[in-house]
Design a protein around this ligand. Structure first.
Ligand code: ZN
Length: 154
């Protein structure tokens, strides 16, 4: 195999958070600086991406790095309490991990499909499949440890 083929096979596919285009980011290029080839939006901006019923499947299936999803709702106190920690986790863990947020009140179909019974619930996806989940708000250190452990094999 040539060096060029190696670089291609090691490229990471990342869905654009805005237009959902699948972008291939070469392994030797910093993904945190990469922009969408279709619309120019930065692929990572240090914040969780709001996913909806219209965008969730594309974001999950076109992103070939571990994806963490925070199922939350505006009326949920613990969810709002955890939101700043989740923001910080995105800033610290990108671009190795993509963090999504799903407002279960605005997207009840996603909550139903994934059987979300209590919020916040954090779920980790790898290869389009849910790998693990945990319910309950976590402070930042615990949140980082959980995500790192849960995504280690994603
Ligand atoms: Zn785009």
């Amino acid at each position: 195999m040539t060096a060029a083929a190696d670089a291609t096979s090691a490229a990471r596919q990342i869905a654009c958070p805005k237009c959902l285009a699948a972008n291939r980011v070469p392994a030797d290029r910093p993904a945190e600086k990469a922009r969408c080839g279709a619309c120019g939006t930065p692929l990572f901006d240090g914040h969780p991406v709001e996913a909806t019923e219209a965008t969730f499947d594309a974001l999950i299936s076109r992103t070939h790095i571990p994806v963490v999803v925070d199922f939350w709702a505006p009326w949920c106190g613990p969810c709002r309490m955890m939101a700043p920690a989740y923001e910080q986790a995105a800033a610290q863990l990108e671009p190795q991990v993509r963090l999504l947020k799903v407002d279960t009140q605005a997207n009840p179909g996603l909550a139903a499909r994934y059987g979300i019974r209590s919020i916040p619930t954090l779920a980790v996806f790898g290869g389009g499949q849910e790998l693990t989940r945990q319910s309950g708000a976590m402070p930042l250190p615990q949140l980082l440890r959980w995500i790192e452990a849960a995504t280690a094999y994603a």
